[in-house]
Design a protein around this ligand. Sequence first.
Ligand code: PEP
Ligand code: MN
Length: 269
Amino acid sequence: MSDNVRKVAVRDCEIGGPDLVVMAGPCSVESREQIFQAAEVVAASGGRFLRGGAFKVRTAPVAFQGLGWDGWRLLREAATANSLLTVSEILVEDQIEEAKRYVDLAQVGSRNMQNPPLLKALGRSGMPVMLKRGFGCTIDEWIHAAEYILAEGSQDVVLCERGIRTFETATRFTLDVAAVAIAKARLGLPVIVDPSHAAGRREWVECLTLSGVAAGADGLLIETHPNPAEARSDGPQAVVLAEFPALMDKARRVAEAVGRRVGAAAAVA
Ligand code: PEP
Ligand code: MN
């Protein structure tokens, strides 16, 4: 369980303790209305972090690249208004200093896991980091990537299993559930699960969420959108916002079965 895991503090939120930390929101921040709607429901469902990308890493250059700094400003505003913290991807070293105003937990994306200059810069930055697993990377490689951050003197690293590429095509990626336990045991850091990018389709998000909780995840990173049909990125995998509270209820019941809690943490001061 979480006993031998180092607890990582992000402001007043502890990751790696008995409470699973729920992070949720849209793939990308798209508008004030969208991110405020998401923040309200995430907070009411026991979430602690509002997620939302502002600088997106898209496979194709013609795809929506995010609202940039305006996206981060909106993310911070919506989170603060609902007593939430923020998690968002930092793409390049140049963004780090300014990002500290808007982002509480710095996400390293799957495609950037093997980018040592970025990892080292984040390790020196004083920001807590959530390191996503590269979708073509082994657990060993993921752990070494985390060591790049730790080697700079940082203690505050959380890993995120988000699915790896396999021969299976029915899901976007394959959630490596064993990796949750293995990475925790090997590195002694909290591991959270992102069922959304693994599933690729919203109908499979629930089973991966629940299996992640059962496997001992210390948190969840879930994409949810008020109107997924209009989402500018990752709409097919976004849980409909109105259905998010029910998903959290199910996660809560599985968490209780394995001696953990979901959404029991106090509001941010
Ligand atoms: C995301 O969280 O929206 C994202 C791009 O994730 P990943 O880096 O895991 O693909
Ligand atoms: Mn996404």
